[in-house]
Design a protein around this ligand. Structure first.
Ligand code: SF4
Length: 379
């Protein structure tokens, strides 16, 4: 009998204390009573979903608490959610369990509680290591809190620590970005995610740019920043394994790798997305509707799309090209044949935006800088 493939579990905590200027995610402003009611609904969702997957004997290889800001919940609430997961799913013995955290929402005691409950990885949203940058993007908190958070996480026992940072922020220069990188490196995280700032519609940042109160990201400067990050992190022994992700050897994020390798994951919580058995589905992005659905004993799934084999291959190609190791060349060529993309694919090779070394195809260094455009062309 074939062993069923492992499953990742994503748990979406939809609360933040306030909205950062650049953020377009679905979220609710944290209130204690809202959070308590949400946790009760989430427990119901875990129980109902678990019944199906335990029956299918699917081991869980990773659990990822994302948001929003998971750590606006108390460590007691987060560990209770994790206990519920243990009760209703079968976790692999080496399961990676990540909690995303805003550095100003954690405490030494809370981190200790998470560590003892089995959390294996903390991911801190640093965003920048310059206070001026944080102020200009309306990001609450201070750099000193990131430093304290990492120190406290280590003291609590965590050895696997990620920092999220962004580049191309208003007023950020190449030099200040390099200072952010250097300060991150001084904290010796095992993993760094470096994202180029994008301006999403209907955000305060978009409005500020429109009113000329803030600068729009400069694409040329972002390219230089990306190159600087690659150089500095490469010199420090980090391996770039995906366009935005760097890790010390052995510390690539197992959960996020599922997204780029057509792995299967189940999303729980409002707006969480899932991919299982060739079907994509998503939960309703509305906290009240989410609670009503679960109170009525219904899973809060809003939309569902079964992918054909061609569509599954298309997604595997488009997401897989984000990986530095690339994808099997035959997959790219088969996808090009399926969708009539042979000419555009040949052109991407001719322009040296995609490169091939026999068995594997990948974005070139230049191609990585245009990854979203290339994904659009190959869709
Ligand atoms: S903390 Fe994260 S999810 Fe919350 S508003 Fe800021 S960017 Fe958005």
């Amino acid at each position: 009998m074939m062993t069923p493939p492992p499953l990742g579990l994503y748990i979406h905590i939809p609360f933040c204390r306030q909205r950062c200027d650049f953020c377009a995610f679905y979220l609710e402003i944290y209130r204690e009573s809202r959070a308590e009611a949400f946790v009760r609904s989430l427990m119901q969702e875990i129980e109902r979903s678990g019944q199906r997957h335990v029956a299918a004997n699917r081991p869980v290889q990773s659990v990822y608490f994302g948001g929003g800001t998971p750590t606006v919940l108390t460590a007691t609430q987060l560990t209770a959610i994790l206990s519920e997961v243990h009760k209703h799913f079968t976790l692999a013995s080496d399961c990676e369990i990540t909690v995303e955290a805003h550095p100003s929402t954690i405490s030494e005691q809370g981190l200790g509680q998470l560590y003892r409950a089995g959390v294996t990885r903390m991911s801190f949203g640093a965003e920048s290591m310059e206070d001026g940058d944080l102020a200009r993007i309306g990001r609450p908190g201070a750099v000193s809190e990131t430093v304290t958070a990492v120190t406290q996480a280590r003291a609590a026992g965590f050895t696997n620590i990620n920092l999220d940072v962004m580049y191309g922020l208003p007023g950020q220069s190449l030099e200040s970005w390099q200072r952010t990188m250097a300060r991150c490196l001084a904290l010796a995280p095992t993993h760094l995610s470096c994202y180029a700032l994008t301006v999403e519609a209907n955000t305060k940042l978009a409005d500020n740019i429109h009113r000329q109160r803030s600068q729009a990201p400069d694409e040329g400067l972002q390219i230089e920043m990306d190159e600087a990050a690659q150089r500095m992190l490469g010199n420090a022994g980090y391996e770039r394994y995906e366009i935005s992700n760097y890790a010390q050897p052995g510390y690539a994020c197992r959960h996020n790798l599922l997204y780029w390798t057509s792995g299967e994951y189940l999303g729980l919580g409002p707006s969480a997305q899932s991919y299982l058995d060739g079907t994509r589905f998503g939960n309703i992005a509305d906290l009240t509707a989410y609670k009503i659905s679960l109170a009525a004993n219904r899973l809060p799934i809003e939309d569902r799309a079964r992918l054909s084999e061609k569509e599954q291959l298309r997604d595997a190609v488009i997401f897989g090209l984000r990986l530095i190791r690339g994808i099997p060349s035959h997959s790219l060529h088969q996808h090009a044949a399926n969708y009539g993309h042979a000419a555009i694919t040949a052109q991407l090779f001719a322009q040296q935006l995609i490169e091939e070394d026999g068995a594997h195809s990948r974005l070139s260094e230049r191609g990585r800088l245009q990854a979203d455009t290339i994904a659009g062309q190959l869709y």
